[in-house]
Design a protein around this ligand. Structure first.
Ligand SMILES: Nc1ncnc2c1ncn2[C@@H]1O[C@H](COP(=O)(O)OP(=O)(O)OP(=O)(O)O)[C@@H](O)[C@H]1O
Length: 351
C-alpha cells in the first residue's frame, strides 16, 4: 500500500506533494494558516484541488489539471477515516452502535458489526462503555470511542486532526498511549501543534508553511537538525545558517563561528548549526577574545519554568532569573550571545 499526493489550490496558495509507505505515520506541523487543514480536506474529499493527483493503494482519489482525465472520488468510497478534534459521535446511538456504524453501513450484518465494534472498543480500553450514550461520556472517553469508530471502518489511511487538542491536559497522555499502540498497525497522517505527538506517534514529519513543505524527514532528524525557523522554535533550538568555513560557519552578517561537532558539507557550501538556549551565555559587553559572539538586541524576556528566556530576533538564551537581574538587561538592551564550539552541532543545509 502506498499513498501518493500532489495538489495545488491557488486561492489558498497551497502546493504540496509527498508520498507515504505502508504502515508509516506522518506528522504534519506548521504555523496557523499554513495549510494543514487544507491538506486533510483534500485527502478526505471535502475540498477539490485546482490541479493534482492522489492515489491510495492504486485507487485514484482525485485527478485534475491540464492533460489529466478528471477523476473525483466521493469521501465515503476513499477508504479513509478522519478523527477530528471533537469526537462527533451520533448522540442517539449507544457507544456500541456508534462504533459499529461504519461496518453496518458498508453492508456487514449487525451481529458481525457488533463483534468488530467490541474488538475495537477493547483495543482502545473502552469495552465497559458499550451501552452508554455519548452524553454519558467524558471528553477523553468520547475521543477513545471516536478512535474505535474510525478504526472499525478498517481504513487504508487514517487521518487525525489534532486529536488531543480538545482534551484536558491530564487525559491526553492516556489517549496518546492508546494511539501509539493502534497506529503501529496503521498508515496514518496526524496534524498536530504538539512536538510530543510528533515524537511519540510519528515516524516522519513534514512541516508546512505558506502552503509549501519546508521540512520533510525522519522525526528525530527534523527536530535535531531543523532547517526552518518554525521547526527550530518548536524543537526549542537556536538555528544559525551560513556558509561552511574550515572552523565552522560564517553567518550572512559575516560573523565567524567555531563549531566543534557534527558533519557538514564542503567548505563554501550552505550549512546550519543548532544550539540549545540553555548552552548560550549572555554578556552586556563584547567578550574579550571575540570568539563565537553574536551581537543582538533583546526583544523579549519570558519565564520558562525556573529559567528566563532572553530572546533576540532569531536567537535565545535560557538563564537563571538571578543572572538576568545581575546583568540588568531588559527589552532593547544590546547584548552578545556566546556559546562554546562543543555545544553546537553543524549540519549541511541540503541534508
Ligand atoms: N474556507 C476557506 N476559504 C478560503 N480560504 C481558506 C479557507 N480555509 C482556509 N483558507 C485559507 O487557506 C490557507 C490555509 O489554511 P488552513 O486552514 O489549511 O491552515 P492550517 O494550517 O490548518 O491552520 P490552523 O493551524 O490555524 O488550523 C490560509 O491562508 C487560510 O486563510
Amino acid at each position: 500500500m502506498t499513498f501518493t499526493f500532489e495538489a495545488a489550490v491557488a486561492r489558498r496558495k497551497f502546493d504540496v506533494s509527498f508520498s507515504l509507505s505502508q504502515g508509516e505515520t506522518l506528522a504534519v506541523l506548521g504555523p496557523n494558516g499554513a495549510g494543514k487543514s487544507t491538506l486533510l480536506n483534500l485527502i478526505s474529499g471535502s475540498l477539490s484541488p485546482d490541479s493534482g493527483h492522489a492515489e491510495l493503494d492504486g485507487d485514484v482519489l482525485f485527478s485534475a489539471g491540464s492533460g489529466r482525465k478528471r477523476v473525483w472520488q466521493p469521501p465515503h468510497t476513499r477508504g479513509i477515516s478522519l478523527l477530528a478534534q471533537q469526537a462527533l459521535l451520533f448522540p442517539h446511538l449507544t457507544v456500541l452502535d456508534n462504533v459499529a456504524f461504519g461496518p453496518t453501513s458498508s453492508g456487514v450484518k449487525k451481529r458481525t458489526a457488533h463483534d468488530a465494534a467490541r474488538k475495537w472498543l477493547a483495543e482502545v480500553d473502552a469495552a465497559q462503555f458499550e451501552r452508554r450514550k455519548p452524553a454519558q461520556l467524558s471528553g477523553g472517553q468520547a475521543q477513545r470511542i471516536a478512535v474505535a469508530r474510525a478504526l472499525a471502518a478498517e481504513p487504508k489511511l487514517l487521518l487525525l486532526d489534532e486529536p488531543m487538542a480538545a482534551l484536558d491536559i491530564d487525559v491526553a497522555p492516556a489517549l496518546r498511549r492508546t494511539l501509539r499502540r493502534v497506529l503501529e498497525n496503521c498508515t496514518a497522517i496526524i496534524v498536530t501543534h504538539d512536538i510530543l505527538d510528533a515524537y511519540t506517534l510519528a515516524d516522519r514529519v513534514i512541516v508546512i508553511d505558506n502552503g509549501r513543505i519546508v521540512e520533510d524527514g525522519p522525526t528525530r532528524r527534523v527536530f535535531e537538525q531543523p532547517r526552518d525557523p518554525f521547526t527550530a522554535n518548536l524543537a526549542g533550538l537556536n538555528v544559525l545558517s551560513g556558509i561552511r568555513t574550515p572552523l565552522g560557519l560564517r553567518t550572512a552578517d559575516g560573523v565567524e563561528l567555531a563549531i566543534g561537532a557534527g558533519a557538514a558539507g564542503a567548505v563554501g557550501s550552505e550549512c546550519s548549526a543548532a544550539i540549545r538556549p540553555s548552552d548560550v551565555r549572555v554578556s552586556t559587553s563584547p567578550p574579550p577574545d571575540g570568539a563565537n559572539a553574536l551581537p543582538a538586541t533583546i526583544t523579549d524576556l519570558e519565564p520558562r519554568g525556573d529559567l528566563v528566556r532572553v530572546r533576540a530576533l532569531n536567537f535565545a538564551a535560557d538563564l537563571p532569573p538571578a543572572l538576568v537581574a545581575d546583568l540588568d538587561v531588559s527589552i532593547g538592551t544590546a547584548v552578545w550571545f556566546t556559546f562554546d564550539p562543543g555545544s553546537a552541532i553543524i549540519y549541511s543545509a541540503n541534508r
